[in-house]
Ligand binder design. Structure first.
Ligand code: JFZ
Length: 308
């Protein structure tokens, strides 16, 4: 287990990418839930999603230039839309959009080329698109009746098969970043952890795979949370975003100052933690200029303060 974590402990700094159909309404990744958008209407977004300016090469190169060693991209967020070519769910970027490309495949190839570890965010409990997903609080109750839900249909037909696809079709994956597991049983949590480790023994699992304590290989803190003292418990990371939103939000211009991000990076790394720093690309496939600018400044600072 120690060796499984070694690359990640050495890495210290990674790029988080929240990218999906929600980039179109541009109100963040919770837009569907906030507006109670019916599934039939949300599905129409896919027909307009054509991020032709997406370049895996540029994204991976940006992460590298920023001094990051791994990249965690939303393979599926709470809206249930797969950003990869899933065979078990047609609601995916290849089958449901005019774009028809698999950005995850393109990123996998580019990460291999440029020596960056590819990792996936996968919303394993919340899925507002699917009639049978059940979370303890955040369910699609405008299209579906809670009492009609049969959780194991979602779990066995979507969540587990898609995780399997992600871990068998895109080469070696650095880690699986699970999230918002409220309501998931201990047994099902453990099943997901085991599924990942059985498919790829070197792949890490973050603690948010479960609300039951002690699961996963390392601990994801709360957003922006930096502990006051270095802890000798589990290895940990702070997930943080550059403004207030994770997914692209056109009105959120509350950007953190570059020097404040550098202070946070040093604060975290000095206590043995990792910083997972987020960008929210647009529906065209571009990382916002304000984000790019900051990542380049951080990379420059790291370069100028490292020995050759
Ligand atoms: C979750 C997601 O709901 C959100 O959309 C985003 O992906 C973010 C990275 O993770 O939101 C959370 C989950 C846990 C905490 C905060 C936000 N937490 O423990 O503080």
């Amino acid at each position: 287990e120690k060796s499984r974590l070694q690359w990640w402990k050495d890495a210290k700094f990674g790029l988080f990418i929240h990218w999906g159909l929600y980039a179109l309404p541009a109100k963040g990744e919770w837009a569907m839930y906030a507006a109670r958008t019916p599934v039939a209407e949300y599905e129409q977004l896919a027909k307009q999603f054509n991020p032709v300016k997406f370049s895996a090469k540029e994204w991976v190169n940006l992460a590298k230039t920023a001094g990051m060693k791994y990249l965690v991209i939303t393979a599926k967020h709470h809206d249930g839309f797969a950003m990869f070519h899933s065979k078990v769910e047609k609601f995916n970027i290849v089958d449901a959009t005019p774009f028809q490309r698999d950005p995850i495949k393109e990123l996998a190839e580019e990460c291999q080329k440029q020596g960056i570890k590819l990792c996936f965010y996968y919303s394993h409990v919340i899925d507002w698109h699917h009639p049978h997903s059940i979370h303890e609080y955040y369910n699609n109750t405008w299209d579906y009746q809670l009492e009609d839900k049969a959780f194991y249909r979602y779990w066995n037909q979507i969540a587990k098969p898609q995780v399997k696809e992600l871990l068998t079709r895109y080469g070696p994956i650095g880690l699986m970043w699970f999230d918002t597991a409220g309501g998931l049983s201990k047994k099902d949590s453990r099943e997901m952890v085991d599924l990942v480790h059985n498919l790829q023994p070197d792949c890490l699992v973050n603690s948010r795979v479960s609300h039951w304590p002690g699961m996963g290989d390392y601990q994801s803190k709360g957003d922006n949370e930096i502990p006051m003292y270095a802890e000798d418990t589990k290895p940990w990371e702070t997930p943080m975003t550059l403004n207030k939103s994770w997914g692209y939000h056109i009105q959120d211009q509350d950007w953190k100052k570059p020097e404040s991000i550098i202070y946070k990076l040093v604060n975290i790394v000095s206590k043995g933690g990792n910083l997972l720093l987020n960008v929210g690309p647009t529906a065209e496939g571009l990382i916002p200029e304000q984000s790019t600018k900051r990542l380049l400044e951080i990379g420059d600072w790291i370069n100028r303060n490292s020995e050759a």
